[in-house]
Design a binder for this molecule. Structure first.
Ligand SMILES: [Zn+2]
Length: 379
C-alpha cells in the first residue's frame, strides 16, 4: 500500500474555507438567537460581549429580528450608575407557535401547539388507523396537523414531526414498517399539504434533542426510548449523531447475547427490542406477578449487555431512558447500571449514570427543538 505522506492520505476534519458574506450573516443571526434563547433578557451590549460580534452588527441583526417579530424589547434595566439605562431584549417566546406531532404511540398519534420554549399551549390526538396502511396513516396525521393549526392563535414558525423509522436528512422516511411507510417524502408532502415549513425526525432522535435542550443532559449521552419498539438517539460532543445511513441509534434489532431469546417481530430471536418492548414485559409480569422483580432485573441486565460496547466506544457519560415508569423502575435501573459496570473498564466508566427522563411530552418537545433549529438556528 502506498501512502502519500507519513500519516497516510490526509483527511480534513473541518473545512477551513472562509464563509461567504451571506452565510456569515445567517451564521451571526443564529448565533444571536441562540445566545438570546438560552440567556434571555439581555441588552445589546451584553449580546455583543457574549457573541464577540461588534455593537454595529448586533444593532443591525436585532433590528432585523424585531422587524421579523422574533425578538422584542421588554423594558429597561435598573440603572446602576450614570448614563442611559440599557434596553433589554429577548426572544418573543409567545409571539410565534410551533406545531409538534408525535407518531411514536402504539394506539394514538399525539400533537400539540407549543410556544418557543416548548411549552404546550393546546393538545390534541387522533386514533392510529388499524394495520399498516401508509396512506391512511398519512391522512390521519394531516388531519391532526390541520386541527392543531386551526387551534393556534399566533403565527406558526413550523411543524415538527417525530416519527418511527429511519429518516433521511431531507425528511424522507426511508423505512418505517410499523407505519407502512417506505421511501415516503414526508417533509415535502406535508409541507405542500399544510403550506408551512416542516421538519421531520426519528422519534428517538427528537427525544434526545429535547433532553439535551430542556433537560440537564451533558454533551455525550444516549437516550433509549422503550415502547412498542426500542430505539435510541445519540448526542456526542454536543452534536446529534446521525450516521452514514441516518440510522444511528437503531439498536432495537441488534441481537443481544448468544443464548437465543424471545422471537422478535423482525423474525429473529433475542433482539434487544424483543427483550425490552413494553408489551412483552407487561405480559410476562401479568402471567407471573410473583416474578416481577426477576423479570425487570433480567430486562435491565439485558439492556446493559446490549449497550455496554456503545458506552465504551463513544465514552458516554449518561444513559437516559424514556418509557413507562412502572417498568423502568429502580429494580430495572439498578440491574442495568450494575451490569454496565461489570462489563466496562473499571475506573473509567464507573461514574456512568442511567436514569429515566423527567420530561413530559418528550417527542413533542423534541419536535419543537427541530423546528427551532431548522427555522432559527437555535439548538
Ligand atoms: Zn428484531
Amino acid at each position: 500500500m502506498q501512502f502519500s505522506g507519513a500519516f497516510g492520505p490526509s483527511r480534513k476534519l473541518r473545512s477551513r474555507a472562509k464563509l461567504l458574506p451571506e452565510y456569515a450573516r445567517a451564521h451571526n443571526r443564529s448565533l444571536v438567537l441562540q445566545t438570546l434563547y438560552h440567556a434571555g433578557q439581555v441588552s445589546r451590549a451584553d449580546l455583543a460581549r457574549e457573541t464577540g460580534l461588534t455593537r454595529v452588527t448586533i444593532s443591525d441583526l436585532v433590528a432585523e429580528l424585531i422587524a421579523d417579530e422574533i425578538v422584542k424589547e421588554i423594558g429597561v434595566r435598573e440603572a446602576s450608575g450614570p448614563g442611559k439605562p440599557a434596553t433589554l431584549i429577548d426572544i418573543d417566546r409567545n409571539g410565534h407557535q410551533i406545531i409538534g406531532i408525535d407518531m411514536s404511540g402504539s394506539t394514538r398519534f399525539e400533537g400539540a401547539v407549543m410556544n418557543l420554549d416548548g411549552e404546550v399551549v393546546t393538545r390534541d390526538a387522533v386514533e392510529r388507523p388499524p394495520g399498516e396502511d401508509g396512506d391512511a396513516t398519512f391522512a390521519v396525521m394531516i388531519e391532526l396537523a390541520r386541527r392543531l393549526i386551526a387551534a393556534s392563535d399566533k403565527p406558526i414558525l413550523g411543524v415538527g414531526i417525530g416519527t418511527q423509522g429511519v429518516v433521511s436528512a431531507d425528511g424522507a422516511v426511508l423505512s418505517s414498517p410499523n407505519l407502512g411507510w417506505q421511501g415516503l417524502p414526508l417533509r415535502a408532502r406535508t409541507s405542500i399539504e399544510l403550506d408551512l415549513p416542516v421538519i421531520v425526525g426519528n422519534d428517538a432522535n427528537a427525544a434526545v434533542l429535547a433532553e439535551y435542550t430542556f433537560g440537564g443532559a451533558r454533551s455525550d449521552f444516549m437516550l433509549i426510548k422503550v415502547g412498542r419498539g426500542v430505539g435510541a438517539g445519540l448526542i456526542t460532543g454536543g452534536q446529534p449523531l446521525t450516521g452514514s445511513r441516518f440510522a444511528a441509534g437503531e439498536i432495537g434489532h441488534v441481537v443481544v447475547g448468544t443464548d437465543g431469546g424471545p422471537r422478535c417481530v423482525c423474525g429473529r430471536d433475542g433482539c434487544l427490542e424483543a427483550w425490552l418492548n413494553v408489551g412483552r414485559l407487561s405480559a410476562a409480569i401479568e402471567e407471573r406477578p410473583e416474578a416481577r422483580d426477576e423479570i425487570l432485573r433480567d430486562a435491565g441486565a439485558r439492556m446493559a449487555i446490549g449497550i455496554a460496547p456503545i458506552v465504551a466506544a463513544l465514552d458516554l457519560s449518561d444513559i437516559v431512558l424514556s418509557g413507562p415508569a412502572d417498568l423502568l423502575d429502580d429494580i430495572f435501573l439498578r440491574a442495568a447500571v450494575d451490569t454496565l459496570h461489570a462489563r466496562t473498564l473499571d475506573g473509567v466508566f464507573s461514574d456512568i449514570t442511567i436514569h429515566r427522563t423527567e420530561q413530559p411530552d418528550i417527542v413533542l418537545r423534541g419536535a419543537a427543538v427541530m423546528v427551532l433549529a431548522g427555522q432559527l438556528g437555535i439548538s
